[in-house]
Write a protein that binds this ligand. Structure first.
Ligand code: CP3
Length: 370
């Protein structure tokens, strides 16, 4: 047994007991007395306390410091009655682990993106996640202790297609045309890259569970760029592989698997397939009607989402009305409330508070009258 494993096991035993397991129960489809709520990007620039830390530290230095990552993860938990924390990190730490340089200036930027299949040779093919991403595992373990069992801690990763697109485009894009060009003209090299990413992601997520993550989310943020044909060929097979391999690896290593959320933004065309791909929860963006989503995924899967992040610009009374409507459509069971994508940086934090409290109040009321 290596020293890293011993460290994780010793600390895991000492984790404080969980006082609020609502989100874990909702994810597993068990009964909940109120709807759990968390928000994508709940730690970040809309919070003045985050801006204070980020004014003194670069984005990736915060990610790489277990102390700072832990502090920033806890900031929204101190302010709001959220039902989960999400570890502060980024999906782009995987391309970094593969040997690519990624800067945040302020959006993501790769000075040397992948241009041709020959560039795949430059990638580190034998990533040791403990060595390259051990700082994330340390941040998770530290945060589990610091949370004192208040709420569960969510771990996450980007999905292979979304990461592939960043690695080829070299940053954010609207068309994804460079990366999609690979899919159409270099299918073999594309699959090679996607497989490499899927393998690292499985190792990475297993490491996160061992370190203390109690729920996981896979972000396929660029699903909408693909459409049904490309999605079923280049995204879905890897999304499936990741959930099944992760469960296998957990059982091989005697680790209890944790519930897993798949969030494929703008991927409503794939909701049926996603519901059968080994995830307990399907996350939704705001462009799909809750009842349509429920019909597509069936009764056994839990759903997460999906208020338009811009709805939080509305006055408090209207935010409450939107929340009520959302809860009425999703119902209070097998459901985790969230926005349909990350909260925007110019959001008034008080409006997030209104959102979170409204989910609690209305869902308790609905449960009491059912
Ligand atoms: O609170 C949380 O949700 C945890 C932290 C988190 C961040 N990024 C912090 C972050 C999470 C879960 C992510 C995931 C992530 N990162 C995704 C998937 C979610 C999505 O938005 O679809 C993606 C696509 C990225 C890549 C990324 N990182 C982009 C495109 C950007 C810049 C654009 C933006 O929104 O600012 C980032 C930077 C980033 N990641 C910031 C934060 C708080 C802002 C940078 C800063 O603080 O300097």
């Amino acid at each position: 047994m290596g020293p890293k494993k011993a460290y994780a096991v010793v600390n895991r035993k000492a984790f404080p007991p969980l006082k609020n397991d609502l989100i874990l129960r909702a994810a597993r489809g068990e009964k909940t007395e109120r709807v759990p709520v968390w928000v994508m990007r709940q730690a970040g620039r809309y919070l003045p306390e985050y801006m204070q830390i980020s004014s003194k530290n670069g984005f990736f230095s915060i990610c790489r410091s277990p102390e700072l990552a832990c502090e920033v993860t806890l900031q929204p938990i101190r302010r709001f009655n959220l039902d989960a924390a999400i570890i502060f990190s980024d999906i782009l730490v995987i391309p970094q682990a593969l040997g690519m340089q990624v800067d945040m200036i302020p959006g993501p930027s790769f000075p040397e993106p992948l241009c041709t299949p020959a560039d795949l040779e430059k990638l580190n093919k034998n990533v040791d996640v403990n060595k390259e991403l051990g700082y994330v595992f340390q941040a998770i373990t530290k945060t589990r202790h610091a949370l004192e069992g208040k709420v569960p801690l969510i771990g996450f990763s980007g999905a292979p297609w979304t990461l592939m697109s960043y690695m080829i485009e070299g940053g954010s894009t609207t068309t994804h045309s460079k990366a999609k060009r690979w899919l159409y003209t270099e299918p073999e090299a594309s699959h090679q890259l996607l497989q490499l990413l899927a393998d690292v992601i499985v190792d990475y997520l297993l490491g996160q569970i061992k370190a203390g993550a109690q729920l996981l989310q896979l972000f396929e943020s660029h699903a909408g760029a693909l459409g049904p044909g490309l999605f079923s060929k280049f995204a879905l097979p890897y999304i499936r592989q990741i959930s099944y391999k992760l469960k296998e690896r957990c059982s091989e290593s005697g680790v209890t698997p944790v519930p897993f959320i798949i969030f494929a933004k703008d991927g409503h065309f794939a909701l049926e397939e996603l519901s059968g791909s080994g995830y307990e929860v399907v996350g939704l963006d705001w462009t799909i009607r809750p009842t349509n989503a429920r019909n597509k995924v069936g009764a056994s899967i839990s759903l997460q989402g999906n208020l338009d992040p811009c709805a939080l610009y509305a006055p408090p009374e209207e935010i409450k009305r939107h929340v009520k409507e959302m809860l009425q459509k999703f119902g209070t069971q097998k459901y985790i409330a969230n926005l349909g994508h990350g909260i925007y940086r110019d959001m008034n934090p008080d409006h997030l508070e209104v959102f979170v409290n409204a989910v609690h109040t209305y869902s308790e009321e609905m449960n009491a009258t059912q």
